[in-house]
Design a protein around this ligand. Structure first.
Ligand code: PLP
Length: 439
């Protein structure tokens, strides 16, 4: 317990500064995270963050939106260009909120929805009620699972059709299908399956939270061209913007989505982040292709380098990944929770992850059999294939050689010294993790 208001006040800033100082020296490998450019950081500390703009640009129910409207329209225009989308709603404040808006727009409580289970790479926002997932617990949907082929780390088309046929027979025809997920190393079979689902009368949704930056960079599948009706996304995973969400769709769905977003799931929509997203999208329009290509090259290189050092990187027969993400079976060395903590001591930041067969084998999400690594943030810092080798070696020294984490950390700090700027952006006056004082 601290004793005075001033101590609490100072305490917060001390901790923020420590975090920034620490992140200058770590290897950030969390697949759902990224580092925004200094320009994005500037946009998100503006007065936009103190305003309301309920409604649609030009038809707000608040005054003071003159410039806010213009920025939101720029953001929409940029997103339409980048994703080649007919309609864009940039108001959802996160990926979960974007999904909830889509559930609201296209399904009623009690309807059936298909998605990947969480151990298979699905996200908790697609989860069943008994797991507290958004789809089940908040919107009252009955969630059934798409089948995953464990070898291929991808949706099993034939097995999924078999499951759906059974559902249809018992009157549980799905209204919604969610492709995409939080472990998405290979393009999902949207093109192969959209016709089947559309024939059943279902809306086909693709959750691009993880891969939005790769789609924008033209290096991953393009769900809207492959027959998806709607795409939801987070703006801060492979897409290097501030934390926010977005929905893309065909024009014919525009009104339902608009209404589901507001008044459905947002009131204020974090206008500072809409501005930040617009800046990030402009940077992607200029640098996105190069960035996305390098992210994938780095992921493949990191997968190969870890594999050569004895790690069980999944989907080796397919080159480990076609995206930014790698999944590693770590059971030989402990559980994902323990490994995550060990690596953190050496300034290597990764996260534990369930393997598709973990629940069946009695493992739990706190102590799963896997770890998940992503290469977007390190790529933004200017790292390439050679650095991926070095990172793999650091990881091996901690986990396989069981070298002192203190010693490895010293080397990691040294290694990081050369990677302090954000790349793939127009201006780099500030370092990536520089603490900016304005008070
Ligand atoms: C991260 C993620 C989300 C949620 O994103 P937030 O922006 O954190 O709300 C939704 N779906 C998938 C597949 C995700 O990985």
């Amino acid at each position: 317990m601290l004793s005075s208001a001033k101590e609490y006040y100072e305490g917060v800033f001390q901790l923020l500064k420590k975090h920034h100082a620490w992140f200058r020296c770590v290897i950030p490998l969390i697949a759902s995270e990224n580092v925004p450019s200094p320009a994005v950081r500037e946009a998100i500390i503006t007065d936009f963050g103190n305003r309301y703009a309920e409604g649609w640009p030009g038809r707000r129910v608040y005054a003071g939106c003159t410039y806010i409207d213009q920025v939101e329209l720029l953001c929409i225009e940029l997103a339409k260009k980048l994703f080649n989308a007919e309609f864009v709603d940039v108001r959802p404040i996160s990926g979960v909120v974007a999904n909830l808006a889509v559930y609201t727009a296209f399904a009623e409580p009690g309807d059936y929805m298909l998605a990947l289970s969480i151990p298979s790479g699905g996200h908790i926002s697609m989860g069943k009620k008994k797991l507290g997932g958004t789809a089940g617990a908040v919107h009252g949907l009955n969630v059934e699972y798409l089948a995953l082929n464990h070898q291929e780390l991808n949706v099993d088309v034939d097995e999924t059709i078999r499951i759906v046929e059974e559902l249809v027979k018992t009157g549980k025809t799905p209204k919604l299908v969610m492709f995409g997920g939080s472990v998405l190393p290979f393009p999902h079979p949207v093109k192969e399956m959209e016709g089947y689902f559309h024939n059943l009368g279902a809306t086909v949704v693709y959750d691009a939270a993880h891969v939005a930056g790769l789609i924008a960079g033209g290096t991953f599948q393009d769900p809207l061209r492959e027959g998806a009706d709607v795409v939801t996304l987070s703006t801060h995973k492979t897409l290097p913007g501030p934390q926010h969400g977005m929905i893309l769709s065909l024009e014919k769905h525009a009104e339902r989505i608009k209404r589901a977003t507001f008044p459905g799931v947002v009131s204020n929509h974090h206008l500072q982040n809409v501005a930040g997203v617009a800046v990030a999208l402009a940077e992607m329009l200029e640098f996105g292709r190069k960035y996305a290509k390098q992210v994938i090259r780095n992921a493949k290189a990191l997968g190969q380098a870890l594999y050569e050092r004895g790690f069980k990187v999944l989907a080796e027969h397919k080159g480990f990944t076609e995206s930014h993400v790698l999944l590693i079976d770590i059971t030989e060395y402990g559980d994902g929770g323990k490994i995550e903590k060990e690596l953190e001591k050496a300034n290597i930041i990764i996260n534990r992850n369930l393997l598709p067969w973990d629940i069946r084998e009695g493992r739990h999400y706190m102590n799963p059999g896997g770890i998940r690594l992503g290469t977007s943030e390190t790529t933004r810092l200017g790292m390439k294939e050679k650095q991926m080798e070095e990172i793999a070696e650091f990881i091996k020294r901690v986990i396989v050689d069981k070298e002192s984490t203190e010693k490895v950390k010293e080397d990691v700090v040294e290694f990081r010294k050369n990677f302090q700027k954000v790349h793939f952006c127009f201006e780099k006056l500030r370092d990536a993790y520089e603490y900016i004082e304005i008070k």
